[in-house]
Every structure is written in structure tokens, then in C-alpha cells.
Ligand binder design. Structure first.
Ligand code: SF4
Length: 374
């Protein structure tokens, strides 16, 4: 039964709401008593309808925007939270609003959207993104002053005054220390190790773990990294005569060394570019630019490894080595993690994520608050 001006409906039952063709119908059992106030039932019904309509518009807008541009939303970005189907991209706010509502979106509409999305994702994964060369050139110009921390204190700068074998070990140690740590802090720790002659495997194994931990403090996880340094030094002495492994697999077998570091060390230490070094800056910026996506989808990548694989499908190999310091410095100075300086960014007309940071959850909440709507 479809209801209109019922009196005090909420005093008697919990109506079930069905959303059909974007219109809310309030279904009330036949035996309801209609003897109370009209106004509250009217107000409540109106509010629920507006909220549901707004939510639907939000979702339609989001989905339409994604179809057009394949854009990642900065504020939705999560490295660890998996997102799947179109339905699963409905945000938590919408889910909460509709928790008492049974959604009945027409199945044929969703299936058409999915087909379109699949087609688009195939085209995205098949070739380079539009305007990537212009974007890259724009970033190069913004980075021409070389004023980012990575330019003077990045891992690849470690031990640059040393002979090749010692330098490789210094780059390996610097990479190990760099995770979860700012470049300046890593650089300071490497300098203190260097002053004590502790950028060599044999010197490290002769030094107390606690001494190493004190020297590298305050790098992130300094105690664990001191332990890793001792173990790495042992392995390098035992297996590689004090040098470092010359393969990705060999490097990944060392404690505390992940893909990001392994590719960097191969590039810098052995001048052997086997892959792109993707850290958190490269990962974030590539997603903001719409340069990467998960295989077979238009979704953002969830991990730096997914970003590396996606980026390597289209980025020319001669860009694999320079792209890391270029984007790391860009991320440190302009395209920052929390508040990217889109107003100062020369590629903001080409970037699908430009100025999206302004659409914070707080401002969205203000836009959709009942008092603003009424
Ligand atoms: S426009 Fe903004 S989000 Fe896009 S690359 Fe520039 S700073 Fe980053």
C-alpha cells in the first residue's frame, strides 16, 4: 500500500522503504492506526526522499565521472582497502543513509554500465594515457630547480664518493634505512654511519647492534633496521664477498629489502634497470594522474607493486630510472600527500585529480546537511 499523509506513522511501526526508479515508496501495513499528528510523518518522509535522491545523484555522478575520466578520488584513496564492483564503490555515507532501505536498482542498468566500464578499462590498459608526454614535460619543468629533499639526500646519493663496490653497499644500507623515513633523516643516519666507517659489511658485523641502533636513530623502526643491517652484512660477506647481490631475487632475499629498494639498488648500484622503483610518492601521483589501474579494471592500484606493474606496461623503458626521483621530488614539493598545491601546478589542466582535494568529507557533509537542504 502506498502511503501519503499518514499521522505519526513512526509511532506505530518501522516502515520498509523501497527505492524503485529512484523514487521512494513508503509501504505501510493495512492495519495501521492513523490517529496522530500529520506533520512529523510528512517531514520525515520528505527528508528520507531527499537524502535518497541526493545519494543516488551522488552515485550517478561518481559513476558518470569515472566513466568519462577514470579518475581516482584523492579523498577515497586507500592503499589497503580493496574495492570491487560498481556497487561496492558506494561510499559509507550512502550505505548508512540507505541502511533501512532496500535498493532495487534496475539490473539491466548496472549490467550496461559494467559493460561500458570493461570496454574503457581495456582501452586504458592497452596503451599510454592521453597527454602523458606533456604531463611529464610539465613535471620536468617544475622540477628543474632541483630543490626537493630527494635531489640532495636521496638514497642514490649515498656513498657517491666511494669506489663502486663500497658505494653499492652504501646504497643498499641507505635504502634499507629509508622506509617509513624522510630523506633528511635517512641522510643524517647514513652520514653518522659513514663517519664511523660503518658502510661496509665487515665493519657492521663487528659492531654491536645497539651501537648501530643508536647511530641510525631516529629513522623509522631503527631497532629492527639495526638487526637487519647486521644480518644483511653477514649474508653479503658469506655469499657475495662483501658485495651485494646483483639480481632482484638475490636482493629481495635480504631481510628488510622490498621491491622498491631492490629496483632502486639494481638501477643505482649495478646500472641495471630491471624495473621502476615505486615508492609512496610515485604510487600516489601515478594514481592521481590516472596513469595506472588494476589489471582489467579502471580502479586505482592498491599497492606500489601494482603501480609498478601497471606503469611498466606503457612507460618507455628509458624513463624507468629517472621517473622515480622526478616524481618523488614532485611529491615532496608540489603534489603533496595531503594537500597537493594544484593552484601552483602547471599541469593542473591536464590532471584529472586537480583541485579534488577541496572535496573533503567535511565539505561534502556541509553540502548535504539537512539544514542546508531545507
Ligand atoms: S594538479 Fe594537483 S593533483 Fe594533479 S598533479 Fe598537480 S598537484 Fe598533483
Amino acid at each position: 500500500m502506498l502511503i501519503h499523509p499518514f499521522k505519526g506513522v513512526e509511532n506505530y511501526l518501522s516502515p520498509s522503504f523501497m527505492m524503485k526508479n529512484h523514487i521512494i515508496e513508503v509501504v505501510i501495513p493495512e492495519d495501521i492506526d492513523s490517529g496522530t499528528e500529520l506533520s512529523s510523518a510528512y517531514t520525515r518522509k520528505k527528508r528520507v526522499k531527499i537524502e535518497a535522491d541526493n545519494s543516488l545523484e551522488d552515485q550517478k555522478g561518481k559513476i558518470a565521472g569515472q566513466k568519462l575520466t577514470g579518475l581516482p578520488d584523492i579523498e577515497d584513496f586507500s592503499y589497503s582497502k580493496a574495492k570491487g564492483s560498481v556497487k561496492s564503490r558506494i561510499g559509507p555515507t550512502t550505505k548508512a543513509k540507505l541502511s533501512a532501505v532496500s535498493m532495487d536498482i534496475k539490473k539491466e542498468t548496472v549490467s550496461v554500465d559494467l559493460k561500458k566500464e570493461a570496454t574503457l578499462s581495456i582501452s586504458i590498459n592497452e596503451g599510454p594515457p592521453a597527454n602523458w608526454e606533456k604531463v611529464l614535460e610539465g613535471i620536468r619543468k617544475m622540477r628543474s630547480s632541483d630543490d626537493a629533499p630527494v635531489d640532495s639526500m636521496g638514497c642514490e646519493k649515498a656513498g657517491s664518493f666511494l669506489p663502486p663496490k663500497e658505494r653499492r653497499f652504501a646504497v643498499l644500507v641507505s635504502s634499507l634505512l629509508s622506509s617509513q623515513t624522510k630523506d633528511g633523516v635517512t641522510h643524517g643516519a647514513v652520514q653518522r654511519l659513514s663517519e664511523k666507517g660503518l658502510l661496509a659489511a665487515d665493519a657492521i658485523i663487528q659492531t654491536e647492534e645497539a651501537t648501530i641502533a643508536n647511530l641510525i636513530y631516529p629513522v623509522g623502526f631503527y631497532s629492527r633496521k639495526a638487526k637487519y643491517m647486521k644480518r644483511v652484512a653477514e649474508i653479503c660477506l658469506d655469499k657475495y664477498d662483501g658485495d651485494i647481490p646483483n639480481t632482484i631475487d638475490g636482493l629481495l632475499a635480504l631481510p628488510g629489502i622490498g621491491p622498491k629498494m631492490a629496483y632502486l639498488v639494481m638501477n643505482v648500484g649495478w646500472n641495471d634497470v630491471q624495473g621502476i622503483c615505486v615508492d609512496t610518492h610515485v604510487h600516489r601521483i601515478c594514481n592521481r594522474l590516472g596513469w595506472v589501474s588494476r589489471p582489467g579494471t579502471r580502479e586505482k592500484t592498491l599497492t606500489p607493486e601494482q603501480t609498478r606493474v601497471s606503469l611498466e606496461t606503457w612507460l618507455p623503458k628509458d624513463e624507468w630510472d629517472p621517473i622515480n626521483p622526478l616524481l618523488v621530488g614532485f611529491g615532496q614539493t608540489v603534489c603533496k600527500p595531503l594537500r597537493p598545491r594544484c593552484g601552483d601546478c602547471s599541469i593542473n589542466k591536464l590532471c584529472p585529480s586537480a583541485f579534488k582535494e577541496a572535496a573533503t568529507p567535511i565539505s561534502k557533509a556541509k553540502k548535504t546537511s539537512p539544514s542546508k537542504r531545507s
